[in-house]
Design a protein around this ligand. Structure first.
Ligand code: GAP
Length: 513
């Protein structure tokens, strides 16, 4: 990626990205014609390609280019006991809180912290028709938080809210089930809640909140079928669902998203051979490898960092954890987490299922539970970071009277690899251009034909789509079977032979890794 121009100033860049995403067909609001659905997004023609490319690059580097990692594609619905054993049913919760004044609802841990007893002033709307506000005073209570919208210290108590979406499996209607269970019983309060929970609990299943658990419960299936020996990994990509209280920053945090996770099983320290990487070496290895992956695919180094978690942030079973962070327009935030999960998950599932989940080491003649290092990334968040980092506004220059907007995506991620234009719609130029496009398709390169508007407008459209190369068939083509090739970032143009076009583009795409 060319680094000679600075991406435009933040924070407007976020608004510009959202607008570009809609205008050019990267991302749309889900069910837009019905007013949209909270925090659900649809990927349009360019976005679908971008996300497929992100996932393909991840799969390539995590599975195809390694001997020690194999893939899995598990179902989204799993036995409910999986979530009981993993701790998600009891503990995958967020602290839900309501503002008693403006009725805003959110996560208590994300609300402004103010010392208990502090006197604060805040404004509440007292006339909804005119929007007239009144200033009030209040004292911060024992929760030590105020509403981020109106500033009021008057909040509800905190309720734990489970983020898993519950549904039921089988031909059952929960309303019938509940009605039958409660008929003739005069219950209220906690007894009523318990009766309802028991009634629907029989058929309850959950949309997975992470892909990871399928890799733990399939540990032995995969290890034995693929004849793997620790250290080895199981990788998976797929949809996950979380009923997030706070959804924010476009696709950064949404309720339906795709994860790219890998569980890397390593011998615990006592079974590690001298001179081989131990569990903490592997943890460090994966932190660096994952940080590098983003940089290799074009994200500027200075916008990436590794943030080791402090001890108080670690889950009770975790030995270490680091986040790969990106500097988003709103500040540093998580792109991916790399966790050392010890043997917690395998032991938890072994205990709950009663099925052994150990590896038998034939050299040491010992059964052990491997430790797990887990790099867990999100495809949507990653695609957003690539878009943000690639978004560049260039001012007018000697070469161009007008400024331009260009997505300087790494060519491997670009939705379209090459666009082919006839300079004008006559003299056999469209036919030649279509033939070239067909040749690219035959060779597995995503090419796009465009004959609408002046050629300058067509270049501009492809710059905004992140297309690295544009080929133009012009008057000279009929004479010498050559076309121009224009490179997106430098805008430099050369002439190449049509017969060599596929090879030239293939070589340039391959050398840009
Ligand atoms: N198995 C571990 C795990 O799921 P996580 O940090 O909760 O860890 C991993 O999730 C990654 O999944 C995050 O780094 C992020 O990229 C993505 N992710 C998590 N929640 C998300 C959400 N609500 N919306 C979009 N992406 C999300």
């Amino acid at each position: 990626m060319s680094q000679n121009t600075k991406p435009s100033a933040e924070p407007e860049v976020m608004e510009k990205i959202v607008s570009l995403c809609k205008r050019r067909g990267f991302v749309f609001q889900s069910s837009e014609i019905y007013g949209g659905l909270k925090s659900c997004y649809d990927y349009g023609p360019l976005g679908a390609e971008l996300k497929r490319n992100v996932k393909a690059e991840w799969w390539r580097s995590m599975v195809h280019e390694r001997e020690d990692v194999v893939g899995l594609d598990a179902s989204i619905l799993m036995h409910p006991d999986v979530w009981r054993a993993s701790g998600h049913l009891a503990g995958f919760t967020d602290p839900l809180v309501d503002c008693k004044d403006c009725k805003n609802r959110g996560r208590a841990d994300k609300w402004p912290q103010v010392a208990e007893g502090t006197e604060v002033e805040y404004k509440v709307i007292v006339d909804h028709q005119s929007g007239r506000k009144e200033t009030r005073k209040g004292t911060v209570g024992k929760l030590g938080i105020t509403c981020p919208v109106c500033g009021s210290p008057n909040t509800s108590d905190i309720r734990r809210f489970n983020l898993m979406f519950r549904t039921s499996l089988g031909s059952v209607d929960n309303i019938d089930t509940i009605a039958r269970a409660l008929e003739g019983r005069n219950l209220s309060g906690d007894a009523l809640k318990a009766a309802i929970a028991e009634a629907i609990g029989e058929t309850a299943v959950y949309l997975r909140p992470e892909t990871a658990q399928a890799m733990f419960v399939n540990f032995l299936n995969v290890q034995q079928a693929a004849r793997m020996k620790p250290p080895f990994g199981i990788a998976q990509q797929g949809k996950s669902f979380r009923n997030e209280i706070t959804v924010e920053h476009f696709t950064f945090r949404s309720c339906e998203f795709e994860q790219m996770e890998m569980e890397f099983f390593v011998p615990p320290p006592q079974y590690c051979n001298a001179g081989e990487k131990n569990d903490m070496d592997w943890f460090a290895y994966w932190c660096n490898e994952r940080l590098d992956w983003y940089a290799r695919l074009g994200i500027r180094r200075e916008k990436l960092r590794l943030r080791p978690h402090e001890t108080r942030e670690l889950a009770h079973y975790a030995k270490a954890c680091s986040d790969v962070e990106y500097e988003y327009p709103w500040g540093w935030g998580e792109l991916e987490g790399i966790a050392h999960r010890t043997d917690f998950d395998l032991k938890a599932h072994e205990k709950a299922s009663g099925k052994k989940l150990t590896y038998f080491d034939p050299e040491k003649k010992a059964h052990y539970h491997p430790y797990v290092i887990e790099p867990a990334a999100g495809a949507d968040r990653t695609a957003l970071a690539f878009l943000l980092d690639a978004y560049t506004e260039e001012p007018p220059s000697e070469m161009r009277k007008e400024g331009r907007t260009v997505l300087k995506l790494h060519p491997r991620l670009s939705p379209i690899k090459v666009a082919v234009f006839p300079l004008v719609r006559k003299d056999g130029m469209p036919e030649s251009a279509r033939k070239i496009v067909a040749e690219f398709w035959k060779n597995g390169i995503n090419a796009f034909y465009d004959e609408k508007d002046a050629v300058g407008r067509r270049y501009a459209r492809q710059d905004e789509a992140g297309t690295p190369y544009c080929l133009t068939v012009d008057g000279q083509t009929a004479q010498d079977e050559t076309v121009t090739i224009r490179e997106r970032d430098s805008m430099k143009q050369d002439r190449i032979k049509i017969a060599e076009a596929v090879e030239v583009v293939r070589k340039r795409l391959a050398t840009q890794v």
